[in-house]
Design a protein around this ligand. Structure first.
Ligand SMILES: [Cu+2]
Length: 68
């Protein structure tokens, strides 16, 4: 059973930004998929179990952006 959660990330301007966010979030244990839409800042994360929002927030910060 997998879980899908939507987040909004601010500050992304191009595909490189999206790649950074995707890479950092992908490193969170249990994450199986990350979909990033630069224009809207929408990030859809698929994971094996519900994620700790703090872990997602930390990953986004690590990439250089902020969760809305
Ligand atoms: Cu960029």
């Amino acid at each position: 059973m997998s879980t899908t959660t939507d987040y909004t990330v601010t500050g992304m301007t191009c595909e490189h930004c999206a790649a950074s966010v995707r890479e950092e979030i992908s490193e969170i244990p249990g994450v199986t998929g990350v979909d990033v839409v630069v224009e809207s800042g929408k990030v859809t994360v698929t994971s094996e179990q519900a994620l700790d929002d703090a872990a997602v927030s930390a990953a986004v910060t690590e990439a250089g952006y902020e969760l809305a």
